[in-house]
Design a protein around this ligand. Structure first.
Ligand code: CAA
Length: 258
């Protein structure tokens, strides 16, 4: 049994965080299992990845408080780096990653969802960065990604107050893209993944990289990133196929990820 179950459905893969006895909290073993599963994703055939949590109650309820409780300063830095390195790996995967948030996304769980390209949530989802109430700061990217996603003011309020927010408020502040009834969450995520999987994978990967890299840069540099990503698409089979299909008024396109 793995703490990160992996399932492939056609060109879409689903990772289910699977430690329901602790609401899928992230201890070192869970992080190692997630890392191994991410490394094993076949990037040639999988066109979109969905991350969700086992059970009906929780996506991921944070980093494991029991494991963290006895850490020294040096061990705290190392634990933060372990999570940060893994979440950065997820963020920079050359395929889109959707977080299907099916309940609590607290601390490291909120941070895992933010390392994904976007989040869709069930009506019972709860987001929060409760760390300051535990005497620590967010350590798996929360101080950085939350501020980039919802703005520094809203991120500071969430982190300083350690107040959890429900799905509708997460939607209002732009933390999630949509909220659906719990029993429709996976179908909704798979529908979006299916729409992504129909498009040219190299173009999608280039768009992801251009957005992720460009958003941190001044506009001139960001535009240069876009120009190179755009230009490199013209070396691909799939650009020729996509444009020929349009010009020939063909509906079916044969994108081969080359
Ligand atoms: N770490 C370890 N165990 C956890 C956990 C966590 N983050 N969250 C839940 N669990 C465990 C509980 O200890 C409990 O285990 P036992 O049955 O063995 O007692 C089990 O999961 C079920 O949890 P509850 O009984 O507490 O369930 P509840 O429905 O009453 O409450 C909850 C749910 C509000 C999510 C509550 O469990 C909770 O507040 N959890 C902690 C959330 C949190 O603070 N997360 C942030 C961690 S810090 C962090 O993530 C740092 C970072 O950035 C890297």
């Amino acid at each position: 049994m793995s703490f990160a179950e992996y399932e492939v459905k056609d060109m879409i893969a689903v990772i289910t965080m699977n430690r329901p006895s602790a609401l899928n909290a992230l201890n070192s073993e869970v992080l190692d299992d997630l890392n191994a599963v991410i490394d094993a994703v076949d990037l040639k055939t999988i066109r979109c990845l969905i991350i969700t949590g086992a059970g009906e109650k929780s996506f991921v309820a944070g980093a494991d408080i029991g494991e963290m409780s006895a850490l020294t300063k040096e061990e705290g830095i190392a634990f933060s780096k372990k999570g940060n390195d893994l979440f950065r790996k997820i963020e920079t995967l050359p395929i889109p990653v959707i977080a299907a948030v099916n309940g609590y996304a607290l601390g490291g769980g909120c941070e895992l969802s933010m390392a994904c390209d976007f989040r869709i949530a069930s009506e019972n989802a709860v987001f929060g960065q409760p760390e300051t109430g535990l005497g620590i700061t967010p350590g798996f990217g929360g101080t950085q990604r939350l501020a980039r996603l919802i703005g520094a003011g809203a991120a500071k309020q969430m982190i300083y107050t350690a107040r959890n927010i429900k799905a509708d408020e997460a939607m209002r502040i732009g933390l999630v893209n949509s909220v659906v009834p719990a029993d429709q969450l996976m179908a909704a995520a798979e529908k979006i993944a299916g729409q992504i999987a129909k498009n040219a994978p190299i173009a999608v990967a280039n768009a992801k990289a251009a957005i992720n890299e460009g958003i941190q840069k001044p506009m001139e540099e960001a535009e240069s990133i876009e120009e190179h990503r755009f230009g490199s698409c013209f070396e691909t089979h799939d650009q020729k196929e996509g444009m020929s299909a349009f010009l020939e008024k063909r509906k079916d396109k044969n994108f081969i990820n080359q």
